[in-house]
Design a protein around this ligand. Structure first.
Ligand code: GDP
Ligand code: IMO
Ligand code: MG
Length: 422
């Protein structure tokens, strides 16, 4: 019996999960997404190819690994079909390597419209949603109205669809939101027909049987812990449990069958969308990180907000997830700085604290920084850990010491090969 490892983002998403899943896939038989949907954008770079995945697990380019879209994921058939078509064009045998849980929920065109209507009605308080319909789809899931992948094989699927759309139309008229469903429905139903040709499975049985026979599973998280519906900076969060327990509920893996918990973080912080961000840099330093790190959304193209590494937030994420090892991404992006800052504590309502409190609104929380010496040299050509400049090694050890967790990989560029194992 083998256990399932979990890989997840510890910040506000876009930590580089896709890259690392791709790097680690040769060690696994199955890669499984457990939550989120096309709000995710996971970037992989190898052999001069750059590819962004939204719903499909990041093990899909590996010749043998199977990829599972788990029950906790929400699927937009139109985006899903586009992703599959693009992979097929690249020669990937998606039909053989991709399995989809019958329990995964469907994003309807009206869910996307409701997402847009809800954001519009919030005005300046908007979440900054990716507008992919994520929130409304999870609302229908917990409200027990949702449509699932398994439903597409039912004789009464169209009636169920029509009934839900009728509900959505009432909500949209409440929002006075104008739309033309005919723009989306033909492509949606065409994509449903394509999904019917795929391998639709009861993934909880599949995964548990696979683990029982010794197969190695890696659960791939989407978003990040600070966007978690329970533990993130609510209400500026996504609508799923992005933390480790999400892998249990989103795949049917029992908690005592979780093995390594791999936490991915950037050597600094970014956030896209609204909400508090204690270490945000709204100055030329922040702009420099954005430009060097090419910090623009993989899904929406929006500029990402940037800031220094936040240790109290990182410790919080490590605690909630039970992280057993860390992987630090994008170290190369900080090469241009002589001095780096790291937030070690917060001033919280006049008191110095070292943990992430309930409310991180800038009204209550101000970061307290320590300065650390930068390495000031290009890292992108390094291949061995022995070549790491001593200041980079000090930065790594400084973080390890602060969060009491080992850093096993330092990433020094977007390519698969730009990965230093320690
Ligand atoms: P994910 O959502 O966690 O998979 O991350 P994204 O793909 O949205 O964003 C990470 C971005 O950083 C992508 O453009 C990656 O190609 C890129 N990236 C990943 N690791 C590194 C790294 O170590 N250095 C640099 N410069 N870019 C990286
Ligand atoms: P990956 O998997 C970064 C953010 C949105 C918004 C909030 C809610 O690539 O790391 P939603 O569309 O989920 O209702 O948006 O969450 N967000 C992400 N930010 N990376 C992501 O995914 C994200 N998915 C959602 O910007 O602030
Ligand atoms: Mg991303």
């Amino acid at each position: 019996m083998s256990k399932s490892d979990v890989l997840l983002g510890l910040q506000w998403g876009d930590e580089g999960k896709g890259k690392i899943v791709d790097v680690l896939t040769p060690d696994y038989d199955i890669i499984a997404r457990f939550q989120g949907g096309p709000n995710a954008g996971h970037t992989l770079e190898f052999n001069g190819i750059k590819h962004v995945l939204h719903t499909i697990p990041s093990g899909i380019f590996h010749p043998t690994a199977l990829n599972i879209v788990g029950n906790g994921v929400v699927i937009d058939p139109i985006i899903f079909k586009k992703e599959i078509d693009a992979l097929v064009k690249m020669g990937v045998d998606v039909k053989a390597k991709l399995l989809i849980s019958k329990r995964a929920h469907l994003i309807l065109p009206t869910h996307r419209l409701l997402d847009a209507a809800s954001e519009a009605s919030k005005g300046k308080n908007k979440i900054g949603s990716t507008l992919k319909g994520i929130g409304p789809t999870y609302m229908d899931k917990t409200g027990r109205n949702g449509l699932r992948i398994g439903d597409i094989e039912r004789h009464d699927f169209k009636e169920k669809y029509d009934a839900l759309v009728e509900k959505h139309k009432q909500l949209l008229s409440f929002h006075n939101y104008e739309y033309n469903l005919l723009e989306f429905e033909p492509a949606w139903f065409e994509s449903i027909e394509m999904i019917k040709q795929m391998q639709l499975i009861e993934s909880e049985h599949y995964l548990n049987t696979a683990m029982a026979s010794g197969k190695k599973v890696l659960a791939e998280g989407a978003q990040g812990s600070l966007l978690d519906i329970d533990f993130g900076s609510y209400p500026f969060v996504t609508s799923s449990n992005t933390v480790c327990s999400g892998a249990c509920s989103g795949l049917g893996i029992p908690p005592n069958k979780i093995g390594r918990v791999i936490g991915i973080f950037k050597a600094y912080c970014t956030r896209v969308g609204s909400g508090p961000f204690p270490t945000e840099l709204e100055d030329e330093v922040g702009e420099k990180i954005r430009q060097i790190g090419r910090e623009f959304g993989s899904t929406t193209g929006r500029p990402r907000r940037t800031g220094w590494l936040d240790i109290p937030a990182l410790k919080y994420a490590i605690m909630i997830n039970g992280v057993t090892e860390l992987m630090m991404m994008k170290a190369d992006v900080l090469s241009d700085f002589d001095t780096l800052k790291v937030c070690t504590h917060y001033n919280y309502n006049g008191k110095v604290i070292d943990y992430l409190p309930y409310d991180i609104d800038p009204k209550y929380v101000t970061p307290i920084y320590e300065e650390v010496k930068g390495w000031g040299c290009d890292l992108t050509q390094l291949t061995e850990k022995e070549q790491m400049p001593k200041e980079l090694l000090s930065y790594v050890k400084y973080i390890e010491n602060a969060v009491k967790t080992p850093i096993t990989i330092v990433s020094i560029g977007p390519d698969r090969k730009q990965t230093i194992k320690r």
